[in-house]
Design a protein around this ligand. Structure first.
Ligand code: DER
Length: 251
């Protein structure tokens, strides 16, 4: 109950602070917290939202927008010259530099596309998600979206990079085999030792302990990897698809 209340308060505050009445293009993430973001937006009323278009980050997000009676459009319809005014999304873990682990809901690829199409990316998460270093509270691993036929080789590369027991995310008990994403791909969850902040000095790291930006840069290059569930950005340093660092995180 406390967690749901925390999510809802964070969501309503984030919408109040970051959804300006003049905005017309808004990205909507996936997961259970973003449900409250859409609730807060719908609560503004039809008059306030009639000029606004909402862009989903997967099947669940699309349903949320439609069920709230908000105007839906897909990111492939946004001209490359245009950006979303703001995108709201959840996270699985947030570190002191507002770097994120995302992908607990297996929606990370479209989430990152929408997040990086937005002028501002607002992360909404309950208090459990705030950590000093990524991998401290979210111990299931960094979600990585992969081409199924490449999965065995990606697993091998991850082990070579120091991941501890990386594994393909299984489907629900009612579905034999791997979980399949909205994009028809698989997710590998790759646990690593807690990730040092990009801003940490170059103090000697323990064996197998990575900095967020360095690990992100390595993961994104593994053949067969479509996208990684690390959202970060520091001094303009961007990985392949351009990670997006939130301007604010609400807990
Ligand atoms: O998959 C994701 O990155 C989602 O944003 C998700 O992990 C957030 O989940 P929650 O809001 O249900 O905790």
């Amino acid at each position: 109950k406390l967690i749901e209340t925390s999510k809802r308060l964070a969501a309503f505050q984030a919408v109040q602070d970051y959804l300006l009445p003049t905005y017309t293009h808004i990205g909507i993430g996936s997961g259970s917290t973003v449900v409250y973001v859409v609730e807060a937006i719908a609560a503004l009323g039809a008059e306030a939202t009639k000029g606004m278009t909402f862009y989903p980050t997967g099947a669940q997000s699309e349903e949320l927008i439609e069920a709230a009676g908000l105007h839906l459009q897909y990111i492939n319809k946004l001209p490359p010259s245009k950006q979303l005014d703001v995108a709201f999304d959840g996270a699985d873990e947030v570190d002191a530099e507002l770097n994120l682990i995302k992908g607990g809901g297996a929606c990370l690829w479209q989430e990152k596309i929408v997040a990086t199409a937005a002028k501002q990316f607002v992360c909404v998460a309950d208090f459990r998600k705030l950590s000093t270093r990524l991998g401290t509270s979210w111990t299931k691993g960094i979600p990585i979206e992969v081409l199924p036929m490449a999965a065995p080789r990606v697993l091998g590369e991850l082990k070579d990079l120091g991941s501890i027991n990386p594994a393909v995310r299984p489907g629900l008990p009612s579905k034999a085999g791997a979980m399949v994403t909205d994009n028809g791909l698989w997710i590998i969850d790759a646990p690593f030792k807690p990730l040092r902040l990009a801003g940490d000095g170059d103090a000697k790291a323990e064996e197998g302990e990575w900095k967020v930006d360095e690990l992100a840069d390595r993961l994104i290059k593994i053949p067969g990897v479509a996208e990684i569930g690390l959202f970060y950005g520091r001094n303009g340093l961007q990985v392949k698809s351009g990670a997006q660092k939130p301007v604010a995180a609400y807990f």
